[in-house]
Design a protein around this ligand. Structure first.
Ligand SMILES: Cc1ncc(COP(=O)(O)O)c(C=O)c1O
Length: 411
């Protein structure tokens, strides 16, 4: 007879596994079940997705740098010289000359006195917010901020006040009420990742100054994309150095991986001593650093990539508006077609795929209930024809959704 200690480890169907299966069933019944699609090619305008050739309209490879030959060559050279991995956290033996070089270049690019790298944008937001803000402090956070900001706020043990999306009057009224705190910090995405709109930075800066609050910007989607020199939304508004901390990622427009924060040297020093996602995590590996350095060079030397991305964004926005959907001003490379219910957004995603266009459906909890959508992301590498084809596919997919017979035929 088998004793409890000898039970097989794979006890599917029992105890915790039943609960996990129940949660998955619930997600399926709510049309919120997620699954992974497989890409077999580089992040180009046309990819192979689960074996089919489709146009890619949901990559953050905004400037087309992820598989640029010069980035690939720089990464290979770094592997040959320094190896594949960094071996340890920055605070142990993992602080390599490439980390310091990239930090210097990023600080120069962003016109800040210092810069600190993180393993990812997620790790940056969580690490900065959870270390800088503590019990007795208060954080003011936009209601549509990215999940990594929300998680950083939760981990911080500071009080968190959520202001209505982009509503600086509401923010000011919350600031007015919030007295007796030691430190205050306003945190916001600059280019919102799901709606493609910009935070009202000039008003946010005014409120921050009036109420003696620090300001932290997450420029994840704006670096390389916004501003005459691609420094981000703060540059776009002429407010380059207005934030106390400005976060950017290396994995989106910069075509590599990882993230950074620019700030004053005291904050950098503080983060090196307190940010747990920095201290207790292996540092970025050499090929990723070398690719990011090369990307930064190309980004500054080839403004035409940004111009092309802007043209593509305008072209898609005109088409989406002509189909009756709204796209916020100023137009950015993130544009959503809001469908409302989860099932509708996912059906539209499947219809688009049938027509050879991949733009992912986005549902709660990533976006608020009743705002499920298809989110399009543009790249500088899309051609005029790619965008025309995407709009034709969108138009006929929407028509198919309102006509069940067409839906069945997938036409
Ligand atoms: C606004 C925002 N911040 C942070 C992140 C996280 O960046 P990373 O992908 O480098 O972890 C994302 C990622 O999508 C984002 O959209």
């Amino acid at each position: 007879m088998r004793t409890d200690n000898e039970k097989p480890l794979n006890n599917t169907g029992e105890g915790p596994y039943l609960l996990i299966e129940d949660r998955l069933k619930k997600l399926r019944s709510e049309d919120r079940y997620r699954f992974l699609r497989r890409v077999d090619t580089a992040q180009e305008a046309r990819i192979t997705l689960d074996g089919a050739s489709v146009l890619l309209f949901c990559s953050n490879n905004y400037l087309g740098l992820a598989n640029h030959p010069e980035l690939q060559a720089a990464a290979c050279e770094a592997v040959n010289r320094f190896g594949c991995g960094s071996g340890a956290s920055r605070l142990i033996s993992g602080n390599m000359s490439l980390h310091e070089q990239l930090e210097e270049e990023l600080a120069r690019f962003k016109q800040y006195p210092s810069c600190i790298l993180f393993g990812s944008g997620y790790a940056a937001n969580v690490g900065i917010l959870s270390s800088l803000m503590e019990t007795g402090d208060v954080i003011f956070s936009d209601s549509l901020n990215h999940a990594s900001i929300i998680d950083g706020c939760r981990l911080s043990r500071a009080d968190v006040k959520i202001y209505r999306h982009g509503d600086t009057d509401h923010l000011a009224s919350l600031m007015e009420e919030a007295t007796g705190y030691r430190k205050r910090l306003i945190v916001t995405d600059t280019l919102f990742s799901m709606d493609g709109d910009l935070a009202p930075l000039p008003d946010l800066v005014r409120v921050a100054r009036r109420y003696d609050s620090m300001l932290m910007l997450d420029e994840a989607h704006a670096v390389g994309v916004m501003g005459d020199n691609g420094r981000g939304a703060a540059e776009y508004f002429g407010l380059d150095d207005a934030a106390d901390i400005s976060v950017g990622t290396l994995g989106k427009a910069l075509g590599s991986f990882g993230a950074f924060a620019v700030c004053r040297p005291e904050i950098r020093e503080y983060l090196v001593n307190h940010a747990r996602s920095l201290i207790y995590s292996t540092s970025l590996p050499p090929p990723v650093l070398a690719a990011a350095l090369k990307a930064l060079e190309i980004l500054q030397a080839e403004p035409e990539r940004r111009a092309r991305l802007a043209e593509n964004s305008d072209r898609l926005a005109r088409g989406i508006r002509a189909l009756g959907f709204s796209v916020p001003e100023p137009v950015t490379p993130i544009q959503s077609v809001v469908m409302g219910e989860e099932a509708k957004a996912m059906s539209l995603c499947e219809q688009l795929l049938l027509r050879g266009v991949y733009a992912q459906g986005i549902r709660p909890p990533t976006v608020p209930p009743e705002t499920s959508r298809i989110r399009f992301s543009l790249m500088a590498t899309h051609t005029d024809k790619d965008i025309r084809d995407a709009l034709d596919a969108l138009s006929s997919s929407l028509a198919a959704l309102s006509s069940p017979s067409l839906l069945r035929a997938g036409e």
